[in-house]
Design a binder for this molecule. Structure first.
Ligand code: TMP
Ligand code: ASP
Length: 245
């Protein structure tokens, strides 16, 4: 394939080929969507911010032995990544009840979970990314039992690291979404991004105020305003925490 052919455009990123078939270039966009793209908009600077935050977090995870698709970041909104076969799963880890967990169970927003909850959703826009049962996941052959075990273990390890990391940013990690993929040796790697688009992040200095505390994409989803400022704030705190490591 020729250099820099667009091979995929998602809601937040465009993927290009490179001279090396094992390497892709991810271009992070400012476009923002919510509710399966029924709500569309743009968050100025988001592409740069999400790429920088994700790159830093992937580097930190790699340093702790967790394998990711991250290679390097040649430009503020670009990440070179290993070419993977992405599993059609959205793996959500929750520490505090929010979002769809509250809508579907009646749990009050902010309820601290006794232990982290790991959930698997079917990554399928046409179906609206439905929550899977284990049996449905295997029925659809979305992953093997061994892969599900490995992903669950990795997701909990990543949660532990991210909770500690964001605590140092004076931020509570409420929940987040991960994606995984297989490389050419069938090795399972963490993929996609970890950013204010894919995490719920609450500012500890305003943790009781349901508007002020929100430092993530819920500001866009719920029209809370000051979206750009919140993303910038997370970036500054992440960079400071990385520097003081
Ligand atoms: P949820 O409460 O809406 O299920 O979201 C759980 C977490 O997953 C939250 O941190 C936001 C993130 N998320 C995504 O990254 N992409 C999505 O499409 C959705 C619905 C949620
Ligand atoms: N991924 C969602 C969408 O499909 C956005 C979200 O709620 O994070 O638009």
């Amino acid at each position: 394939m020729s250099v820099q052919t667009k091979i995929y455009e998602g809601k937040a990123k465009i993927l290009y080929t490179t001279h090396d078939p094992e390497i892709l270039l991810a271009d992070f966009k400012d476009d923002a969507t919510a509710f399966n793209a029924q709500k569309r908009g743009s968050i100025q600077g988001k592409g740069n911010i999400n790429n920088i935050i994700s790159s830093k977090l992937f580097q930190q995870l790699e340093a702790r032995g967790i394998k990711t698709h991250y290679i390097d970041s040649p430009a503020p909104n670009q990440m070179r990544v290993k070419a993977l076969k992405i599993l059609p799963l959205e793996v959500v880890v929750r520490n505090i009840a929010a979002g769809s967990l509250c809508k579907q169970t009646g749990l009050a927003v902010g309820t601290v979970l006794k232990q982290p909850l790991v959930e698997f959703y079917y990554k399928n826009d046409e179906l609206g990314d439905p929550l899977l049962t284990g049996d449905r996941l295997f029925l659809l052959e979305l992953a093997t039992p061994e892969q599900v075990d490995t992903i669950t273990h990795l997701a909990l390890q990543i949660n532990k690291f991210l909770c500690d990391f964001f605590r140092r940013c004076d931020i509570t990690l409420v929940d987040f979404k991960l994606e995984f993929g297989l490389d050419s040796q069938q090795q399972l790697l963490l993929a996609d991004e970890i950013s204010p688009d894919t995490c719920r992040l609450w500012d500890n200095s305003a943790v009781r105020d349901p508007n002020l505390r929100v430092l993530d994409k819920d500001r866009f989803r719920q029209d809370l305003g000051n979206v750009e400022n919140a993303y910038q704030e997370v970036l500054q705190r992440v960079l400071k925490a990385v520097e003081s490591n």
